[in-house]
Design a binder for this molecule. Structure first.
Ligand SMILES: Cc1ncc(C[n+]2csc(CCOP(=O)(O)OP(=O)(O)O)c2C)c(N)n1
Ligand SMILES: [Mg+2]
Length: 795
């Protein structure tokens, strides 16, 4: 690196250090305070400023994508601010209403965040799946694009405690991961403490085992120079033996403490003592904190030396709080410089009072020189780096002719039908599953469309003439990405594939299948994907206690509530095939919408903005009703519910159900209806959308527009006040219990609240009180009304 370039990068590094610390200081000490502390992580920022300087201002290319460790958010914003891509107002409002986000956010920040971070570990693994998606897209005839980008994670060392990091390591190895860099900010401190000795060796061993290149950046140029001096070898040896906690403590105490300790331990009245004596206390502090991750030349050389696409981990030794009075203190994670410390820091950084926000304040190079340099930084050369891709037209629902079929089997048939088509929709669908491809009925899609791999891999069983329904041929054309069992990986892949249009300019329609109960296993990654506005179709099956013989360990109870409460995910639980057909067709369109979107004045849903979709399906075969395809039916399904049997004017009972308990609800209505002729039967296809529309309409009314009426309010508006709602679902009863709150109807909510057990569907429905008898019994307790005849045994 030339001296000029070095000076400019040094100036940038110092600006990033200053601006990130100042942004946090301003939010905590200068801005008007709220009731709780604002927070921010000056020490975590300081630790990574040198790494980010070299990356953003020298190494990165526009096609690269970066996940920045959450607590370096202020450094990221400072980078953008220096490039005039972030405003002072947003920085002044950091962590405040409408301000720059605490942790980099694709959806909330304005400054070109590639991957959101926040829940540690997820951003790390996200880069691996983004790289896999890049390979997938580029392997396709329609997927040509610019150069392959490197998917880069800036990782806090404690993030490596998260299991999902290692799950992804194994998956990446299987998939031939490449173009992925993880740069570890190895400050050996987490939130509470100091990491155990020897972690670096474990990391080397683990990553090496999965064929990653491991690059150690332990010492900076200053240290290397000192090591070359007489006595230097002893110093190097001492540094390498020094425990992490002691190194941190001495860093905090500074030059005097270093000298004392070093003289005590390796002082020899000879070369070593002379080496130390040649340095002032400040110079000694600079020397001892000159670790690889703080040395711009060491970093630039290490990154620049990579001339291959193998996955690479850089272990960059750093000091938490580097260059600030917080350096090395064990409690510095959330520590903030005091006003007095900040004052001293300001003076040391050459920042004039009143000029704290000036982009070029404190420069050592001429502003013109900096201008010229910044104008040519490759990463920013093209401006924004997000793509858009056109929406792909959907084909209309694929209706099926079966009389008795489960929604899971129906899903498989619909995909099979799509797989036969030669059109853009079928071309852009990519399926994936965590080792449950066959058992979630994706088999025939995979048989037709093949498995994805960058290399062709023959189907040995087929070649050896072993009869099997599954044809497992891997090729670059394949459209199914087969994952190992780890559900975290599954949701991270859906997240990455669901951002393909934005990351790589080519839209994918990801469809992922998983057992419904194991959504919980990957829930944080699902939330993470939604938070980034990734678009996918999640098909979760089997579900509930209806997977009866599988037992309690596989039964899902709370997932309908997850579907309702998860932002960015529209949840459906169709019972009948025609409902499923309509929902899937709608989903493929909904996944691609990106309008600003006012509220729809019929449903009060914000449908134009689109989102992901969750289908909770079942293996329970259900006898189908007369086929329905009319527009009103379709609309009802999409809006979240419709009257299967319209209640009469004097209805004193309405049964509302969601999902595969439809036959029980229908049977119960038949039995109850003998006495209560006005009884209604309400089919809920999406408690989520009904509920969301209801809340939104209420909000609109509270703001003064009294005409706002949601779908569910309209549907239930004709019910007499004395009418009782009986709701039933193979899932938690709270999913539908709120229906009574819409117009104040008494409600009896039936559902599952406890871990299940094995048995037949009949056994378990009886056990949990979601069978027809239980519904009838609930109705029999209702006043006014006549006693019910034909009441069966109630469990
Ligand atoms: C999943 C998750 N658990 C806990 C936290 C709270 N948390 C935030 S940072 C942190 C420690 C981070 O240490 P490290 O990764 O070493 O970062 P650095 O030292 O660079 O600040 C913890 C526990 C979180 N953000 N996400
Ligand atoms: Mg750390």
């Amino acid at each position: 690196m030339t001296t000029d370039r070095q000076a400019i990068l040094k100036d940038i590094e110092q600006r990033l250090l200053w601006l990130s610390c100042w942004t946090i200081h301003n939010a905590n000490h200068l801005r008007e305070k709220g009731d709780i502390k604002v927070g921010g992580h000056q020490a975590s920022c300081a630790s990574i400023v040198s790494i980010m300087t070299v990356l953003y201002f020298s190494v990165l290319r526009p096609e690269d994508r970066v996940a920045v460790k959450p607590h370096a958010g202020p450094v990221f914003h400072a980078v953008q601010y220096l490039m005039n891509r972030q405003t002072k107002e947003k920085l002044e409002a950091f962590r405040g209403y409408g301000g720059a986000q605490s942790y980099p956010s694709r959806t909330k920040d304005v400054d070109d965040v590639d991957f959101s971070t926040g829940s540690v570990g997820l951003g790390v693994a996200m880069t691996a799946f983004a790289s896999l998606v890049q390979d997938y897209v580029r392997a396709k005839s329609w997927g040509a694009g610019e150069n392959y980008g490197r998917m880069i994670a800036l990782v806090g060392d404690a993030e490596l405690d998260e299991g999902n990091v290692y799950e992804c390591l194994q998956e990446g190895w299987k998939q031939g991961l490449r173009n992925t860099w993880w740069i570890i900010d190895y400050n050996r401190q987490s939130l509470d403490g100091v990491v155990r000795e020897g972690l670096a060796d474990r990391i080397k061993a683990i990553f090496g085992a999965f064929s990653w290149d491991v690059v150690l950046l332990k010492h900076g140029a200053l240290q290397e120079q000192a090591f070359a001096e007489p006595g230097g070898a002893a110093l190097r040896d001492w540094i390498n033996r020094c425990p992490n906690a002691l190194y941190s403590a001495l860093t905090f105490r500074g030059g005097v403490a270093w000298r004392q300790r070093l003289v005590d331990e390796i002082g020899d009245q000879g070369d070593v003592s002379a080496l130390l004596a040649r340095r002032s206390d400040d110079a000694l502090q600079d020397l001892m904190t000159n670790l690889g991750g703080h040395c711009l030349t060491t970093l630039a050389d290490a990154f620049g030396a990579i001339n291959h696409d193998r996955p690479t981990i850089f272990l960059a030794y750093t000091i938490k709080g580097w260059g600030t009075p917080l350096a090395g203190h064990k409690d510095n994670h959330a520590g903030l410089m005091t006003v007095a410390q900040m004052e001293a820091f300001r003076e040391r950084m050459n920042i004039r009072e009143g000029h704290e926000w000036d982009r070029y304040e404190g420069l050592t190079v001429a502003p013109g020189e900096m201008d010229a340099f910044l104008a040519k930084v490759p990463f920013f050369a093209r401006g924004g780096r997000r793509y858009v891709d056109d929406a792909i037209a959907t084909d209309g629902p694929v209706f099926l002719g079966d009389d008795l079929l489960s929604t899971q089997a129906g899903f498989g048939k619909i995909l099979d039908d799509l797989a036969r088509r030669d059109n853009a929709l079928a071309e852009r669908i990519v399926t994936t599953s965590p080792d449950v491809t066959v058992s979630t009925n994706l088999g025939s899609w995979v048989n037709r469309r093949g498995l994805f791999s960058r290399e062709n891999i023959a189907d040995t069983f087929r070649d050896e003439r072993v009869p099997s329904a599954q044809k497992w041929r891997f090729s670059p054309d394949g459209q199914h990405i087969e994952l190992g069992i780890a559900e975290m990986n599954f949701f991270l892949l859906l997240g990455a594939a669901g951002l393909s249009h934005s990351l790589f300019g080519k839209r994918l329609l990801p469809v992922g299948t998983v057992y419904d109960p194991f959504i919980l296993r990957g829930l944080d990654a699902l939330n993470y994907a939604c938070y980034q506005d990734a678009r996918f179709l999640l098909v979760a099956t089997p579900s509930g206690v209806s997977l009866a013989p599988e037992g309690g360990a596989h039964q899902s109870v709370g997932t309908p509530l997850i579907g309702m409460s998860q932002d960015g995910l529209a949840a459906f639980e169709p019972a009948f095939l025609d409902e499923l057909s309509v929902t899937m067709d709608w989903a493929f369109d909904y996944m691609q919408r990106d309008g600003e979107g006012d509220l729809d004045e019929r449903t009060w849903l914000r449908d134009e903005t689109g989102g992901s979709v969750y289908l909770r399906l079942s293996t329970r075969p259900i006898e189908q009703l007369v086929r329905r395809q009319d527009p009103a039916f379709r609309q009802g399904v999409v809006d979240g519910g419709y009257w299967l049997r319209q209640p009469g004017p004097n209805a004193d009972v309405v049964i509302a159900y969601q999902g595969c308990v439809a036959p029980e609800a229908i049977e119960a209505v038949g039995r109850i209806g003998e006495d209560r002729r006005d009884i209604g039967l309400f089919a809920v296809t999406s408690a989520d959308r009904l509920n969301a529309g209801w809340h939104a309409a209420q909000r609109v009314r509270r703001r003064g527009d009294h005409s706002a009426t949601s779908h569910i309010e309209r549907l239930l508006s004709g019910l007499p006040p004395h009418c009782t709602l009986i709701t039933v679902i193979d899932g938690h009863p709270a999913t539908l219990a709120w229906l009574g709150g819409v117009h104040g109807h008494k409600t009896v909510a039936l559902g599952v609240e406890h871990f299940g057990q094995t048995g037949t569907i009949d056994d378990l429905y009886r056990h949990f009180g979601i069978d027809a008898d239980a519904i009838v019994a609930a109705a029999s307790n209702i006043a006014p009304g006549r006693p019910i005849r034909h009441l069966g045994a109630v469990g």
